[in-house]
Design a protein around this ligand. Structure first.
Ligand code: C2E
Ligand code: CA
Ligand code: CA
Length: 428
């Protein structure tokens, strides 16, 4: 079975022949499976037209044939779909040949950058060829965002992380309905009064099958699959609920920060959701702060900008989260307006008051900039007495970190933090 455009094998033809070829060699190893994919092929098509796109695909087929089919009959070449090519070849020279393919492509097109990514997998004896192809593809997908390399070998972690991702997507609704996802709170300390001043709401997923799943794991997955608004709306409603309950019990009340993803502004009417929940629970707007992370590097800033301005006009504070963690920090400050900047914990990592001269220059210069722009400054990730002393000495407004307390259940905030001097280290 041949692909009409390139003359290479089709996916089905490849599967059948590959299984045979591997059996003929006694099932022994010695093979490498390579999944090739062209970067931004869709963009190429829309820019240069489908005819040019077809030409490129034929060219790739020609390059792969000339490099891989040179000396061995057992080698198989296929185009599975669109710009996905697969090669079954001898493992010994595979990396060398992949490099040659890329070089060949560069010399043919010096004026446009075409990167053909390659994922490599070494199938074991008797392994199902479909599974083996999936693994080569996983390795290839793994370097989609990493432009410094063009090939990658499969490793077991990749399939584990894929399975976790699938579990997260399949179980989100259930986890929300059954309260497997909960909201924890981390204290924020006002460094002038040395008192607890706000709380940050952070999601926790305690899964009956997998145990605790970290937000670092489920947040990026929910963002990638555009489901993040479901979590964010749920967490926000839970915060409103908790707030009402504390008020009913006459407990001291603190403004709570919620984390929003920039995608929330696209995926739902997040402002309206928040307005409704605060109105129903009779929560003053100044008691709910909005945190938005700085990785807002969209080309179109208008939707988010309007959203931020609307929140602020309504009376909510908007805080810039993770300032300094990405490359776009300064532009973000230029393009949007915030009430508070949260300095990312990277600023403080490895901080030594006697040695970290450069870190001190950077922190204090950024603090001055925040001041000039009329914003409050909060330092995240405070873990030591020394860090705290330095932050106080240069005039930070607020701090947050394990030194004061980890994210914890609301009951614990009230039982452990209200009664003690929060400017002293936590022993929790
Ligand atoms: P973030 O907003 O920057 O939250 C702070 C993270 O740093 C939290 O991790 C917290 O546990 C951790 N942390 C706080 N103090 C310290 C410290 O002193 N040392 C160290 N090493 N870590 C500290 P967590 O809870 O795992 O959350 C990770 C990220 O997930 C959050 O980072 C936030 O961006 C995101 N996230 C969490 N909950 C939500 C949510 O409901 N919605 C959205 N959109 N994002 C969320
Ligand atoms: Ca945050
Ligand atoms: Ca942060």
């Amino acid at each position: 079975m041949k692909d009409l455009l390139t003359g290479l094998l089709t996916r089905r033809g490849f599967h059948e022949e590959a299984q045979e070829v591997m059996k003929d060699s006694g099932g022994a190893g010695g093979f490498a499976l390579v999944w090739f994919n062209l970067d931004n092929f869709k963009m190429f098509n829309s820019r240069f037209g489908f005819d040019r796109g077809d030409e490129i695909l034929k060219e790739i087929a020609m390059i792969l044939s000339s490099i891989f089919l040179r000396d061995d009959k057992k080698i198989l070449l296929a185009r599975f779909s669109d710009d996905n090519f697969v090669v079954l070849t001898d493992w010994a020279t595979v990396e060398l040949k992949i490099d040659r393919v890329q070089e060949y492509l560069y010399t043919l097109h010096e004026n446009i950058t075409l990167r053909l990514r390659a994922g490599i997998y070494f199938p074991s004896e008797g392994e199902d060829i479909r599974k083996a192809c999936d693994r080569a593809k996983l390795a290839c997908d793994n370097i989609k965002k990493n432009h410094s390399v063009s090939s990658c070998m499969f490793h077991e972690e990749m399939s584990k992380s894929l399975a976790l991702q699938q579990h997260i997507l399949d179980n989100l609704e259930l986890a929300l309905n059954k309260n497997y996802i909960r909201v924890f709170y981390q204290p924020i300390i006002n460094l002038k009064t040395e008192k607890l001043s706000e709380l940050e709401a952070l999601a926790r997923w305690n899964d009956p099958e997998l145990g605790l799943i970290s937000p670092a794991e489920f947040i990026p997955t929910l963002e990638r699959y555009r489901e993040i608004h479901k979590l964010d709306v749920y967490a926000m409603k839970k915060v409103c609920d908790d707030y009402s309950q504390c008020r009913q019990k006459n407990l001291p009340l603190f403004p709570v920060s919620i984390n929003l993803s920039r995608l929330d502004f696209e995926l739902c009417d997040i402002i309206n959701e928040i307005e409704l929940a605060t109105a129903v629970n009779n929560i003053p707007r100044e008691m709910l702060n909005i945190e938005i992370t700085e990785s807002i590097n969209d080309e179109d800033t208008s939707v988010l900008n309007l959203g931020i301005e609307k929140f602020r006009a309504l009376g909510y504070e908007v805080w810039l989260d993770d300032f300094g963690s990405g490359y776009s920090s300064l532009n973000v400050l230029k393009d949007y307006s915030f009430d508070t900047i949260k300095f990312d914990m990277k600023f403080l990592s490895g901080f030594d008051i006697n040695k970290s001269e450069k870190a001190k220059y950077i922190i204090s210069a950024n603090l001055s900039m925040a001041r000039l722009m009329g914003m409050k400054a909060l330092a995240e990730g405070v873990e030591t007495e020394e860090q705290l002393a330095y932050l106080k000495s240069i005039g930070f407004d607020k701090a947050q970190g394990y030194y004061f307390g980890k994210p914890m259940e609301l009951e614990k905030i009230y039982s452990e933090l209200i009664s003690r001097d929060v400017s002293k280290p936590a022993n929790i």
